[in-house]
Design a protein around this ligand. Structure first.
Ligand code: VTB
Length: 329
């Protein structure tokens, strides 16, 4: 996949973030989501690709745009010249953390990942049990090990005490036992209301103050996290959660035969050429949220690719036409 595509994808997430950031704090979740989706859908068609959405807003009959299987990019607009364009699978979450944006809380991002065909798991929209850590502890964790054992192993890799660790967990009744176990082991906890993807990215970046993310969140977010881990050299261990018999059927339909399988980042995002792009909608530890000022709009993004391996923190300023702009560092 062409290196330059990463900057094209950057523009897509920047503009989706800007679109929904206008709705921040309005308490209107559907609107926040809708404007992000519309912006991302529109911009996708400007890309010089033959794209297929593999993780999106839902099944075709539930989602009018960015549904699973939807074709995006220039190729589908110019069917005769199809062969000109690289085939790309795309996972999108135009607004990850709708609640966070609607309430003006930290951690909302616009995000997508891309790879060559087959490089991103077509994950059903189920829950996934997750354990996410950074590069130094990636080889010592085990999804089936007791929580205390994992924390001891992570602490050892990071040259610190278990009591120095910060573990991010989504504040949900389903995590009562997990939270108890972490407390009993003595680690510190940051409870978040939403957004285990942002937290997972932070866990793979030294100095973010997050050492692990544990608990059950969305499987699609798990695939996006895996794409980020491929670039940041972190790890996600994930296992789909079957809550009802239909869930297993759904997995089989999507080609997943072993529903108890523990996936690693390289299974969830197996493509050689992975691109990951995210823009902050509201502030988070790695990206500031969108800022609007008289002359323009400023965004903060993370754009990464696995091959050639490149991580970029990008600060962009969109200047309004005709403005006598003054840029502040
Ligand atoms: C999860 C999590 C996401 O929504 O999908 C969550 O992975 C939904 O979980 O980061 P609940 O059904 O328990 O609310 C997010 O927090 C935001 O999309």
């Amino acid at each position: 996949m062409d290196t330059d595509l990463s900057l094209e994808f950057l523009r897509v997430v920047e503009r989706a973030a800007i679109a929904c950031a206008h709705t921040m704090g309005q308490g209107d979740r559907p609107l926040a989501d809708q404007v992000a989706v519309e912006s991302m859908r529109r911009d996708m068609d400007a890309l010089p690709i033959d794209g297929t959405v593999v993780i999106g807003e839902g099944e075709r009959d539930q989602a009018p745009m960015l549904y699973i299987g939807e074709r995006v990019g220039q190729a589908h607009l110019h069917p005769g010249e199809h062969w000109h364009y690289p085939q790309i699978d795309i996972a999108v979450d135009p607004l990850e953390g709708t609640n966070l944006c609607a309430l003006g809380m930290p951690g909302a991002i616009s995000v997508l990942a891309a790879s060559g065909p087959g490089g991103l798991l077509h994950a059903p929209d189920l829950f996934m049990e997750k354990l996410i850590v950074g590069p130094r502890s990636k080889n010592v964790v085990d999804l089936d090990a007791p929580v205390g054992d994992n924390l001891t192993a992570i602490a050892r890799c990071l040259d610190r005490q278990v009591g120095d660790l910060v573990v991010v967990v989504m504040d949900r009744p389903r995590h009562e036992r997990l939270i108890d176990d972490i407390r009993r082991a003595g680690a510190r906890i940051r409870l978040i209301t939403d957004g285990d993807l942002s937290a997972g990215i932070a866990a793979a970046v030294l100095g973010s103050g997050v050492h692990a993310v544990m608990g059950i969140g969305g499987a699609p977010e798990g695939v996006l996290t895996a794409a980020a881990m491929r670039c940041l050299n972190g790890e996600i261990l994930g296992r789909l959660v079957m809550r009802k018999p239909e869930d297993e059927r759904r997995c089989h339909e999507m080609g997943i035969s072993d529903v108890r399988r523990i996936y690693r980042a390289s299974d969830l995002a197996s493509g050689q050429h992975i691109i990951f792009a995210a823009t902050g909608v509201t502030d988070s530890s790695l990206m500031k949220g969108v800022r609007f000022f008289g002359d323009g709009i400023r965004t903060s993004s993370l754009v990464m690719q696995a091959r050639p391996h490149l991580i970029r923190f990008i600060d962009s300023i969109y200047v309004k036409d005709g403005q006598d702009v003054r840029i502040q560092f």
